[in-house]
Design a binder for this molecule. Structure first.
Ligand SMILES: CC(C)(COP(=O)(O)OP(=O)(O)OC[C@H]1O[C@@H](n2cnc3c(N)ncnc32)[C@H](O)[C@@H]1OP(=O)(O)O)[C@@H](O)C(=O)NCCC(=O)NCCS
Length: 142
């Protein structure tokens, strides 16, 4: 299994990303324009795990942003195909994202969120050393 930053999305890659987004959420639909934008932007980095046949079986995105309090990043949309889960791939994807941040110095602090119902994800993040922060998360459609 190889993990790399996606810099060009083929139609086949997009179909596999579409499947992964379906695993992540029943309400979100994959959008080609958005994936191309994620790849093109300097502050977002999409990492994909490919199997021996070159098929994308897992992914995560790192988003970097600079605010007056410093350089920060978030790790978003960590997902692995159900048939590949439990083999250490989720951990490897998050490690790759952390290595990238450490090696580039793009952020000194990284955050992420996960619903309590996502048992596997919460266990993974805690095991990797992420500490739960007491805060309220708000969203608003704009
Ligand atoms: C969360 C997810 C990415 C984890 O990927 P994975 O490849 O299955 O996880 P790994 O095999 O790397 O497991 C790493 C650790 O996660 C935890 N974990 C994984 N699956 C678990 C499960 N079903 N129950 C409890 N803990 C689990 C364990 O602590 C495990 O460490 P261990 O193997 O030493 O016990 C994957 O389950 C997934 O895609 N889930 C659906 C989408 C999702 O919820 N994404 C998170 C969005 S915030």
């Amino acid at each position: 299994m190889q993990i790399n930053r996606l810099t060009l999305c083929t139609d086949e890659d997009f179909r596999q990303i579409e499947t992964l987004i379906g695993v992540l959420s029943t309400s979100c639909k994959a959008n080609r324009e958005i994936i191309d934008e994620v790849i093109a932007k300097e502050d977002s980095h999409l990492f994909v795990a490919r199997n021996e046949e070159g098929k994308i079986v897992g992914m995560t995105t790192v988003c970097c942003f600079t605010i007056p309090t410093g350089r920060h990043a978030t790790i978003e949309d960590v997902v692995v195909l159900p048939e590949c889960q439990g083999t250490g791939l989720g951990r490897r994807l998050v490690e790759e994202a952390l290595d990238y941040l450490r090696s580039t110095g793009k952020a000194y602090k990284v955050g992420l969120t996960s619903k309590p119902a996502r048992v596997a994800a919460n266990a993974l993040y805690r095991k990797m050393g992420f500490k739960q922060k007491e805060t309220n998360v708000y969203t608003l459609d704009v």
